[in-house]
Design a protein around this ligand. Structure first.
Ligand code: COS
Length: 384
């Protein structure tokens, strides 16, 4: 076993850490208040290559591999979660369908624009009647001449309002559902019949928008079926494979935030004096910090191992990816709870970042597959 992180990845992580400290952290409260990331910061993200961490070099990305991408996400998640969310769809759910199953022409057209960050991508799977039951898609796709015509409504779509291109899953055959009935399409925002609907008012993750997408006789050229004609009906598998990777990076994000919360809690416990001494001297606080450190250590080992497995084995880490998402996100939520407790009243006010992490992390056990779904996937895999 070799636990050394390769030099090139270490350098990239240092670059991201510096960017977080110098450029992102100073504006994290402003972004929270304004619910918007300034364009000059997005431009810096482009210049650093952050939109193309996962995309192969031949398409202009950094091709860091799963481990490298996870390491960067971990670092980026030590500040406001919206920054990670901004680059997340291009690296993850918005590009992976094209990368994993797209035709050479589709990769050529879309991946360079996504890697550079000139275009933003989103992933449109979830619908009002298809959340955890992702195969219950009601949006329909009907072939009419040279075009597929999409009709329906997606919701909870991260970056949907700013997306130039969406990976959209629609039912070509409602009876067949996950087995031959769902097709993945690449839909550009300029295609007729594509509309952005309501933007949700959320508990947290301000600065990152989640919205409805509406398809009203939306005309999608035949060549925009991901993988081409032979892949009609095979979209559910594309969605599942995409989510497998997303579950690893989601784990990495939760881990980074948990680490930050522990660092903040240690610093606070050392300087906050009660009963004539720093509260870090009290066992009640020490136990919380020790638990946080131990759980973070365990989470990091499983994440790095699963990422390494994926880089070595390709996409076949279904069980491990769900385990990582489940463990890291639930761990981070517990860490956030402990961090609020250690900070006391200061953990509940908006002058300190702990309160924001607490709200933002709450989403991590829900989106890209709830904890309950992760357990379902793990159980299926081990009972096979
Ligand atoms: N990789 C590749 N193929 C997969 C797969 C994976 N991870 N998971 C399932 N498949 C394949 C199956 O092998 C099956 O193919 P065959 O017909 O060739 O056997 C097909 O897809 C259907 O799979 P399954 O029977 O498992 O479908 P279900 O409807 O039972 O799926 C779960 C159930 C819970 C796994 C799925 O609905 C799910 O992941 N839901 C959560 C969705 C989610 O995470 N949403 C978050 C919002 S998107 S950001």
């Amino acid at each position: 076993m070799d636990f050394d992180i390769p030099e090139n990845l270490r350098m990239m992580v240092d670059t991201v850490a510096k960017f977080v400290k110098q450029d992102l952290e100073p504006i994290s409260q402003q972004v929270e208040d304004e619910d918007h990331i300034p364009e000059d910061v997005v431009q810096k993200m482009r210049e650093l290559g952050l939109f193309g961490l996962s995309i192969p070099e031949e398409y202009g990305g950094l091709e860091l591999g799963t481990l490298g991408e996870c390491l960067c996400y971990e670092e980026l998640s030590k500040t406001n979660a919206c920054f990670r969310s901004r680059i997340g769809t291009n690296n993850g759910i918005g590009s992976q369908g094209i990368l994993l199953d797209g035709t050479p022409q589709q990769k050529e057209r879309y991946l360079p624009n996504l890697a550079s960050g000139q275009w933003t991508a989103c992933f449109a799977l979830t619908e009002p009647e298809a959340g955890s039951d992702a195969a219950n898609i009601q949006t329909t796709a009907e072939l009419k001449g040279d075009h597929w015509v999409l009709n329906g409504r997606k919701h909870f779509i991260t970056n949907g309002d700013i997306a130039d291109v969406a990976t959209v899953f629609a039912a070509n055959d409602r009876q067949k559902k996950a087995r031959g009935g769902i097709t993945a399409f690449i839909v550009e925002k300029t295609f007729p019949g594509f509309y952005v609907g309501t933007i949700e008012r959320k508990m947290g993750l301000r600065g990152s928008h989640t919205c409805e997408l509406i398809f009203d006789d939306c005309r999608v050229p035949r060549e925009n079926v991901i993988g081409g004609e032979t892949n009609v009906g095979q979209g559910f598998k594309t969605a599942m494979k995409t989510l497998d990777k997303g579950r690893l990076t989601m784990g990495a994000s939760a881990l980074g935030s948990a680490q930050k919360l522990m660092d903040l809690s240690i610093a606070y416990a050392k300087q906050r004096v009660q009963f004539g001494q720093p509260i870090a001297n009290f066992q009640a606080i020490q136990i919380k910090l020790a638990d946080m450190a131990t759980h973070i250590y365990a989470a990091r080992q499983m994440l790095y191992h699963a990422a390494w497995l994926r880089d070595k084995r390709g996409a076949a880490v279904v069980k491990e990816a769900s385990m990582v998402k489940l463990f890291c996100t639930e761990m981070a939520n517990r860490a956030a709870d402990m961090a609020v407790q250690i900070h006391g009243g200061m953990g509940y006010v908006r002058d300190f970042p702990v309160e924001r992490f607490y709200r933002d992390l709450r989403l991590t056990t829900i989106y890209e597959g709830t904890s309950e779904i992760q357990r379902t996937v793990i159980a299926r895999e081990i009972l096979k």
